[in-house]
Ligand binder design. Sequence first.
Ligand code: HEM
Ligand SMILES: *[C@@H]1O[C@H](CO)[C@@H](O)[C@H](O)[C@H]1NC(C)=O
Ligand SMILES: *[C@@H]1O[C@H](CO)[C@@H](O)[C@H](O)[C@H]1NC(C)=O
Ligand SMILES: *[C@@H]1O[C@H](CO)[C@@H](O)[C@H](O)[C@H]1NC(C)=O
Length: 224
Amino acid sequence: MLLSLLLVNLALVLLSCSTQVMLTSQMLQHTDAFDNIDWNYHRWIAPGEGDLRSPCPGMNTLANHGFISRDGKNITIPMVLKAADVVYNNPADPVMNLALKLALLTTDAPDSFTLDDLKLHGTIEHDASISRLDYALGNNLHFNSTVFSTLSESNPGFDVYNTTSVGQVLEERLALAKKENAELVNTIKERQSQLLEASLFLSVMGDPRTGVAPKRFVQIFFSE
Ligand code: HEM
Ligand SMILES: *[C@@H]1O[C@H](CO)[C@@H](O)[C@H](O)[C@H]1NC(C)=O
Ligand SMILES: *[C@@H]1O[C@H](CO)[C@@H](O)[C@H](O)[C@H]1NC(C)=O
Ligand SMILES: *[C@@H]1O[C@H](CO)[C@@H](O)[C@H](O)[C@H]1NC(C)=O
């Protein structure tokens, strides 16, 4: 119950970047799960010049809301664990810990990383992503709406994504990568990461028990 309340709240917070600022802030006043957070400080602000972002929509969202440094630099493991606990209700401990340890391998710095570091191909970053181009094909860092259209046009006629529809999208993206990317890296490791990422976005933008997430929340999560 509390979990779903927190997740609904996160979705509402993300909505505040859209046109529903008024409605959202009113609704937030009527919930108490996030009462200790200063939402003025943690409002959504687009990255400015010189601010770094990553290929990960989850980490970018944390930075855009100031739960980790807005400039995307000097990020440490404890910082992210704390932010993920507050914002995402710590969706999956072992997964998060592993991702963060791998994150340190993307940089020469001893105990911190920048969001830009995370794009290092082959560490966490992989091919056949649903919102970024493959490394060999161009920009593997920024959101690409052509790439994302496989997801955004999926499950037509319904206003949610679910595990079935997202599974089909992953298959389609992989099939495309096999055709277009002569340097495609496609092992169990990449496919496993991708399943984890898919379950993360369905959980944080939707209902973690059913894996059903509203399309409009997912759209905002990926593109902003
Ligand atoms: C906090 C909760 C998190 C959520 C909700 C989340 C969500 C996602 C999603 C949905 C993707 C897939 C993007 C795509 O296929 O286009 C992704 C990719 C990625 N995530 Fe996260 N993530 C989280 C935490 C982390 C952490 C802690 C790290 C490491 C510091 C990380 C690093 C990455 C990287 C490097 C990618 C790029 C993989 C690729 O598509 O090539 N993520 N994440
Ligand atoms: C913060 O990160 C930047 C970029 O990686 C680095 O140049 C700088 O030395 C770091 N500052 C601190 C205080 O660690
Ligand atoms: C987005 O991806 C398409 C291929 O799917 C590519 O043609 C286009 O140049 C990419 N856009 C950017 C801004 O990289
Ligand atoms: C996902 O949604 C589609 C369309 O409503 C439906 O056919 C399918 O059974 C759903 N899958 C799950 C796991 O709920």
